[in-house]
Design a protein. Structure first.
Length: 371
């Protein structure tokens, strides 16, 4: 039977590819802002300078980790709280090294970077988490202004108005990404549903074709034999009729085995064929060795045609060997008093058939190679 694939077996959808592109864009913006190195223009005013160097290095490490995760298509996972804490700590360190009253001025280079670096970390988190991050950071900036320049209303208004650019742009990007990601996921759901529908239709078509082939096999062998028995044109006491019925019964069992799901379809069919002889109280010896590829259904039938003849007509003993080597499988059967078909074997291009008879012992071998 053909298994129905689970939804997880489908390839990555458009939402995954689209969100990957957005992550690349956000990470590129954050990296570009860091590379501008705007703090170098005011390096002489920082006390101490290493506060700014450590803050910049922290941001750079976060962005580099983001680049690696984007390249490997891996989200931050459970490490995102630590990364957010590192970003906020670096921001505090940078503000601590600013000259008095320099918050939100040109010397405060980190305020314009924090939002984008935070978005690199929180891209896969809900929008409310990123908004909370921006609120916390803005509260830190306002607190710094109130502490370093108490009573300066102009400085406070400047800090609030500056937040429109420093925090508003990454927030707008996050809102747009959330909205567009929702639309992409809707498209992806429709795409996956259509893919599953097409897969199910293909499976149903394959199952229907398989049933038609099996019914055609019944119409060629079993049904004519049953009609002959029903209308009396075949005598059940005739040894030739009994032999033909035994062969068709074996083919019917093979047909049932072909419709079952098994890890090794060829070995599964062979075991069902061997069971035919055992039900006739014939001593059967089955030897299996090696490995082999899974042959198509038509090849399996051609390989087991000779085996069916042996197990259904042998008088007392049957020996079956199934050997696989280097992309080739050989199936042999030896039995006593086996009656060979009068018209020989139906020629098969891909399966070679050999028959040897010595006295009352008949040996039939079928061989198939992938090449």
């Amino acid at each position: 039977m053909i298994p129905t694939p689970a939804p997880t077996e489908l390839p990555p959808g458009p939402a995954d590819r689209y969100l990957s592109g957005l992550r690349v864009g956000v990470t590129a913006v954050a990296g570009t802002l860091l590379l501008t190195m705007s703090m170098l223009r005011n390096v002489r005013s920082y006390h101490p300078v290493w506060f700014q160097a450590v803050a910049w290095a922290t941001f750079a490490v976060i962005v580099l980790i983001g680049v690696v995760r984007v390249a490997r298509h891996r989200p931050w996972g459970a490490t995102w709280p630590l990364a957010v804490a590192a970003v906020l700590a670096a921001s505090v360190l940078s503000m601590a090294g600013l000259p008095a009253g320099s918050a939100t001025t040109a010397a405060d280079w980190s305020t314009g970077v924090v939002g984008w670096v935070g978005l690199v970390v929180l891209f896969d988190r809900p929008l409310v988490v990123f908004v909370a991050f921006l609120i916390v950071h803005e509260a830190m900036v306002v607190s710094d202004v109130l502490i370093t320049r108490p009573g300066d209303a102009d400085a406070l208004l400047n800090a609030l108005s500056g937040a429109i650019g420093t925090l508003g742009y990454p927030l707008a990007a996050a809102i747009a990404a959330t909205a567009l990601a929702g639309a992409a996921r809707t498209v992806e759901r429709s795409w996956r549903e259509s893919e599953l529908l097409r897969t199910r239709e293909a499976i149903a078509s394959g199952l229907h074709s398989g049933r038609r082939r099996r019914f055609a096999a019944l119409d060629q062998g079993v049904l004519p034999q049953l009609r002959a028995l029903r209308d009396g044109s075949a005598d059940p006491t005739d040894p030739r009729v009994r032999r033909a019925c035994s062969i068709e019964a074996a083919r019917l069992r093979r047909l049932f085995a072909e419709s079952e799901d098994a890890p090794d379809p060829l070995l599964h069919v062979v075991r069902h064929c061997v069971d035919v002889a055992e039900r006739r109280n014939v001593v059967v010896e089955l030897q299996v060795s090696g490995t082999w590829p899974d042959p198509p259904e038509e090849i399996r039938r051609a390989l087991t045609d000779g085996l069916l003849l042996v197990v259904s007509t042998a008088a007392s003993r049957v020996r079956v060997t199934l050997v696989g080597t280097d992309g080739c499988v050989t199936l042999g059967a030896v039995g006593d008093d086996v009656e060979l078909p009068a018209d020989g074997w139906t020629p098969t291009e891909d399966v070679a058939m050999d028959t040897i008879r010595e006295g009352n012992v008949t040996w039939i071998q079928a061989r198939w190679s992938m090449s």
